[in-house]
Ligand binder design. Structure first.
Ligand code: F6R
Length: 251
């Protein structure tokens, strides 16, 4: 196990300010290094961040034309054209709206016949790109990062995982019916995520407060996958006041 580092916290008033802060981190990274390798997340939380990035590109203040991206995860069995696939999410919110080179935007292939091999190939692609410079993460209310659910190990790599009932219920809001939510996903592992040179996690809203508190202050444990981030030397959690609300009591 690596040494324990203090996770840097940036607590802002609300979701809008958190989104602006995270967009700012990505803008800074890409301006400094236009050929940056970015790790990206989906879900509800980063939607506004992506809108702000699109606005920057449209205003001519930023270009992603040389950037390479790797998304954290994709559902198993959803075709890229499926509206709830993460391929479709990224296309409609970011890749199709800004000047990305489609040859350099990557997501795990949840439709591969051999998913284990697809996971290995994804790891190799990340390595060939020189590793991830800046990884953006959201946070599950159960402490997952990517789809590394409770029980995920520190040495895990891109692989197929079973989603927990809690995650299926949380993500049902994006589907017509709960039964439509895929039960498995292909996700980067904890080891994959920890290899990124810098990590920025965004969490907003009261529903994330307990997971934030346990990730930041709790013991490093598989039952709280986000707690593994304590082992990374360059992690920032960007939180709104609601998500940070349980941190004060033991500060
Ligand atoms: C998404 C992902 C997940 C989400 C998490 C939070 O690619 O890997 O870990 O970040 O489930 O989702 P939201 O933002 O919808 O609360």
């Amino acid at each position: 196990m690596g040494g324990i580092n203090v996770i840097e916290l940036e607590i802002v008033a609300d979701h809008e300010s958190a989104s602006a802060r995270v967009a700012g981190c990505i803008v800074e990274q890409v301006r400094r290094e236009p050929a940056s390798v970015l790790g990206l997340a989906t879900g509800g939380t980063p939607e506004r961040t992506y809108e702000l990035l699109v606005e920057k590109v449209r205003a001519g203040h930023l270009s992603f034309s040389q950037a390479t991206t790797f998304n954290l995860d994709e559902y198993v069995g959803l075709q890229p054209a499926h509206p709830q696939s993460y391929h479709a999410y990224m296309r409609s919110r970011l890749f199709g709206e800004a000047d990305f080179d489609s040859k350099r935007t990557h997501l795990p292939d949840g439709t591969a016949d051999d998913l284990a091999k697809a996971g290995e190939q994804y790891e190799a692609l990340i390595a060939d790109a020189g590793g991830i410079d800046l990884q953006l993460l959201g946070l599950g209310a159960n402490g997952h990062i990517g789809f590394n659910e409770p029980g995920a190990t520190e040495d895990s790599r891109t692989r197929v995982v079973d989603l927990t009932e809690e995650t299926i219920a949380a993500n049902a809001r994006f589907f017509e019916a709960r039964d439509d939510v895929p039960r498995r996903a292909l996700t980067m592992g904890i080891a994959t995520i920890l290899e990124a040179r810098e990590i920025v996690l965004i969490a907003t809203g009261e529903s994330k407060a307990e997971a934030v508190e346990r990730a930041v202050r709790g013991p490093v444990a598989s039952q709280m996958p986000a707690s593994f981030l304590q082992q990374h030397p360059n992690v920032t959690f960007v939180l709104d006041e609601a998500a940070a609300s349980l941190l004060g009591s033991r500060a």
